[in-house]
Ligand binder design. Structure first.
Ligand code: BTN
Length: 262
């Protein structure tokens, strides 16, 4: 691991990089250890602020489909961001793709080119380096979105992860990365894209997204009640994925199935 002191998260650094928005104030909570940054915001998010919860480690980090998210101390980024919206919560079902695009944009600014595996994974050199977990709820009569983001930065060993994974450091030895800066830039970018998303919906992103679509033309397994094999095609303007199965194109929505690459 890198020099831990140099790389610890610092409140003043994160705040310094956060763009000050005219509509809401930021509320940052930084923890040495937390059960899950998403759960923390479920409890403490204020609908009248942009809340950002970051942690050096999580004891109950969660991924999609009830999977555990490996969250060793000081090694990675574990962050959740919450904001309220006047839109209906069901409109945010494709926001995990938009959040993944935000992570992609920030890493591109560091000359790191990632792809997005529909509906919520960030891939680098064909391996998963990050994931998004979006959760929504209502509080004080307002609709709230929690965007949870995990990004592997310095992690080099982990025997608990069941798929091909990597981290920025594993892919680029001796990479100079300040997690504080990356966290703030991701939060800024998610909010920027959120404004566009509220105005134009996913339609405004679909072209960009299809250039980064990791699954395109790959053989995939759709695992619901009946496992089926097909070929992934493009993403649609509602955020669903087209899959060619038995000479027919089917629209798959993200809550419906989990996808494994063949
Ligand atoms: C996935 O790929 O399945 C989504 C992983 C999301 C992990 C992040 S880490 C920060 C936030 N807190 C959690 O408990 N989960 C998300």
């Amino acid at each position: 691991m890198k020099d831990v002191k140099q790389n610890t998260l610092k409140e003043e650094k994160i705040l310094n990089f956060l763009e000050k928005n005219c509509d809401f104030e930021w509320h940052l909570s930084l923890h040495e250890e937390v059960e899950s940054t998403n759960d923390y915001l479920f409890e403490f998010a204020n609908p009248n602020e942009y809340c950002l919860c970051v942690a050096e480690s999580q004891t109950k980090g969660r991924g999609r489909n009830l999977k555990k998210w490996q969250s060793p101390k000081y090694e990675n980024i574990y962050m959740s961001l919450s904001f309220s919206t006047n839109k209906e919560l069901k409109n945010f079902s494709s926001f995990s793709l938009v959040s993944a695009l935000a992570v992609h944009n920030v890493l591109l600014g560091q000359n790191i080119f990632t792809e997005i595996k529909w509906p919520n994974d960030i891939y680098l050199n064909k391996k998963k380096i990050g994931g998004i977990l979006i959760e929504t709820f209502s509080k004080d009569g307002k609709n709230l979105i929690v965007v949870g983001i995990g990004l592997n930065v310095f992690m080099k060993n982990n025997t608990e992860i069941d798929k091909d994974w990597s981290s920025l450091e594993l892919e680029f030895e001796n990479i100079e990365i300040d997690r504080n800066e990356i966290i703030s830039k991701i939060a800024n970018e998610v909010l920027l894209l959120k404004s566009n998303f509220e105005r134009k919906g996913f339609d405004g992103f679909v072209k960009d997204f299809n250039k980064l679509n990791f699954l395109k033309d790959k053989k995939v397994f759709l695992s619901n009640s009946i496992s089926k094999e097909g070929t992934a095609l493009d993403i649609n303007s509602d955020g669903s994925l087209n899959v060619r199965i038995d000479n027919q194109t089917k629209k798959i929505s993200s809550g419906e199935v989990s996808i494994n690459i063949n």
